[in-house]
Design a protein around this ligand. Structure first.
Ligand SMILES: C[S@@+](CC[C@H](N)C(=O)[O-])C[C@H]1O[C@@H](n2cnc3c(N)ncnc32)[C@H](O)[C@@H]1O
Length: 672
């Protein structure tokens, strides 16, 4: 019998994840520049001039901005969130924004620039012998906004990052984070400095997304969902390890350290890195900017929450202005989509007719709330892609079916049933004691499957399923790892397994052997009415058991969220876009009154280039760091409760579908 959320293994930074904020209700819309100026008249925080508006900057640097503006929402906490809006009507298919590759922050730009620079410098050394200008050529080799020496330094760090055991490459999120840090450290020497100044944590009042990895540990425990807690701890572990061994230059000498989950992971400490090598050069690749775990965490959060995955190049990119579009689900709800061009340009198009004043939205991917929290730091309530996942193995299936108690399955599953379960679903006996090291089967299959229960409204006709777990358009902000679209409340694999395991007549073998799993487990494709009623009851018992395995109930979670302590400081921060409560525009004067006092940036060794991301968000606690920390803590706790409440509501809706179907079949049975 399955007992609560089951662990699934995920790489520390799963491929292609990106981000979100979580500050959506009760805010007021203000023009973004008015908010910045109002909070710090005549200048930006710390006396710096405010950065140029992104729209202007893009236009004057070769980008396209067609009838699109950036708007801000100011929340009672003082935090600011931005969104894109249409400033004119647009027909379907209209080009809204286009950003050339050289205005994007991309780790593959760094890799290319570094490669070009090393080939240039070897030819430059030949040239200098003959009077050539090495410096000019090195600059020409850095066409992507970062001076060649900075690109080379950060590219050399890529080689020291741990590599994924599955991909054999460092996680893109880490490479992108280091690239962001290289631009940050380069300051005005980075051609993308004006974009950087608009990033969360750097732009005044815009907090760093509290992606799950940045949540306080006790809030992580409050998620009450084993696989997510496991993923978050894993990410925290890798963040700390990279900060310690790669950035601070501790080396590690190739020694394998156990991860929190007790796993051993491949880690490279390349570059000839003995323990002595890096320590004297801490932060050297970032022009002396000391990069600690906090700063790395900021960069990873920005990378995860703002990057688009490009299908052409398989790279990920932070795209100025386009990265201001927020997420809505399902796919049909968004009005814009992203496409990339052969030269690496990234463009946003209208998916349908758009009226002036409408928010421009994307669907980042078919993300469940666990993915949203991991990559973007928010959840959607409700989220049409949310689901409760668990791992099903043969043993669990057998004990579920035996628990039916009608005596029909005593003695275990028949050989023909086991054959169907193995051939159709890959379910096979797990290795017994002493056999753990051996593969479960010759084909190496694990013998268990990951299945889901969802709140999807049944019945959904075949053919209505989504095509792929992806974002809008050819490119996606983050690839989903869940099912395409949850078209039925029970995973077809789970339903197929239960139907096969509860059959009593071997005559079914011949019929099912030729059918696909989707067909055997299709919601509407019941095999026999009485059997289906039993399956529905069995599933209802399973859902109830899963629900009761949570330490708190729906009612308790609701009460917690409603309680004053969470509500006052964090309700605004914990709410999301979905409620449709986008607030009314307010005047700059009102924004000034509500805005937090500016927080002085800490001095850096980069000649006054500001920026040390404010963490916890300056917007949450003004200049008082302990108040800000308390607000961030409260916000994390609220988000954790909202997450687990969402899962429980999913189980509740699933249960309702199962019970309704069992009743309906029962009544039909009686009528006949
Ligand atoms: C690509 S950025 C979008 C721009 C962002 N709003 C800003 O001000 O920089 C993604 C972030 O926006 C926020 N966000 C996007 N969609 C959201 C939603 N539906 N609800 C809450 N926050 C959202 C999340 O913080 C997320 O990490």
């Amino acid at each position: 019998m399955a007992r609560g959320p089951v662990q699934t293994s995920a790489p520390p930074f799963p491929p292609c994840r990106v981000s979100g904020l979580g500050f959506r209700s009760k805010g007021r819309l203000v023009p973004v520049h008015a908010a910045a100026a109002a909070s710090s008249p005549g200048s930006g925080p710390g006396g710096r001039p405010p950065p140029p508006p992104l729209e202007e900057w893009l236009r004057s640097n070769g980008g396209t901005v067609n009838g699109v503006a950036l708007r801000s929402t100011l929340y009672p906490s003082g935090a600011i969130d931005r969104q894109l809006v249409a400033s004119t009507d647009h027909p379907a298919g209209a080009l809204l924004l286009s950003v050339p590759r050289r205005l994007q922050i991309r780790y593959d730009n760094v890799e290319e620039a570094a490669a070009a620079s090393s080939s240039t410098s070897s030819s430059a050394s030949t040239h200098s012998a003959t009077g050539g200008s090495g410096d000019a050529e090195a600059d020409a080799a850095a066409p992507y906004g970062l001076p060649a020496a900075d690109a080379a330094a950060v590219a050399s760090l890529f080689a020291r990052l741990p590599v994924g055991s599955d991909t054999g490459a460092p996680a893109w999120q880490l490479r992108q984070a280091l690239t962001l840090l290289a631009h940050l450290a380069a300051g005005p020497a980075s051609a993308l400095a004006p974009y950087l100044a608009h990033l969360p944590g750097l732009a005044h009042g815009v907090p760093t997304p509290r992606v799950a990895m940045l949540m306080y540990d006790d809030a992580v425990d409050e998620l009450q969902y084993g696989s997510l807690v496991h993923d978050v701890r894993n990410q925290k572990y890798w963040l700390a390890r990279v900060a310690r061994e790669v950035l601070a230059g501790g080396g590690g000498g190739g020694r394998e350290l156990p991860s929190p989950a007790g796993e051993e992971r491949t880690a490279r400490s390349g570059g000839g890195g003995g323990s002595g090598e890096g320590s004297g050069r801490a932060g050297a690749p970032f022009r002396g900017l000391a990069v600690d775990e906090g700063l790395l965490g900021w960069a990873v959060a920005v990378a995860m929450s703002r990057c688009f995955g490009l299908s052409r190049s398989r790279a990920h990119t932070c795209v100025p202005l386009i990265d201001m579009a927020n997420h809505v689900a399902p796919h049909g709800a968004s009005n814009a989509e992203i496409r990339s061009g052969p030269g690496g340009e990234v463009a946003m198009y209208a998916k349908r007719q758009i009226k002036a004043g409408e928010e421009l939205t994307l669907t980042y991917g078919s993300h469940d709330n666990a993915n949203l929290l991991l990559s973007y730091g928010f959840t959607l309530q409700p989220n049409p892609y949310d689901a409760f996942y668990f791992v099903l193995d043969l043993e669990t299936l057998e004990s579920l079916v035996e628990g039916m108690g009608d005596g029909s399955t005593q003695g275990g599953l028949a050989e023909w049933q086991l054959r169907l379960l193995r051939d159709k679903l890959g379910l096979r006996p797990l290795p017994g004691p002493g056999q753990e090291g051996k593969p479960a089967a010759e084909d190496g299959a694990s013998g268990s499957i990951r299945v889901f229960l969802s709140a999807a409204d049944p019945p959904v006709a075949a053919g209505q399923r989504g095509s792929a777990a992806g974002g809008d358009g050819e490119e996606q902000q983050q690839e989903g790892s869940g099912p395409a679209v949850l078209a039925q409340p029970v995973d077809p694999k789970l339903l197929a397994a239960l139907r096969i395991a509860t059959l009593q007549d071997e005559a079914w073998y011949g019929q099912l052997a030729g059918r696909s799993v989707e067909r055997i487990g299709g919601w509407g494709n019941l095999l026999a009415r009485q059997q289906e009623i039993s399956v529905m009851r069995l599933l209802a018992a399973l859902v109830t058991a899963l629900y009761t395995s949570f330490p708190t109930t729906i009612q308790q979670d609701r009460k917690l969220l409603a309680s004053a302590s969470i509500d006052v400081a964090a309700a605004a921060a914990a709410s999301t876009l979905t409620s449709g409560t986008l607030a009314q525009p307010i005047t700059a004067a009102a924004a000034a009154a509500a805005a937090p006092s500016p927080v002085a940036p800490s001095a850096s060794s980069t000649g006054g280039w500001p920026l040390r991301p404010h963490d916890p968000p300056a917007g949450s606690g003004g200049a008082d760091p302990s108040a800000a920390a308390t607000a961030a803590h409260t916000r994390d706790a609220a988000e954790a409760v909202r997450f687990r409440l969402g899962l429980k509501l999913t189980l509740e809706r699933c249960l309702q579908s199962l019970v309704a179907r069992a009743k309906q079949l029962d009544e039909l049975q009686k009528v006949r």
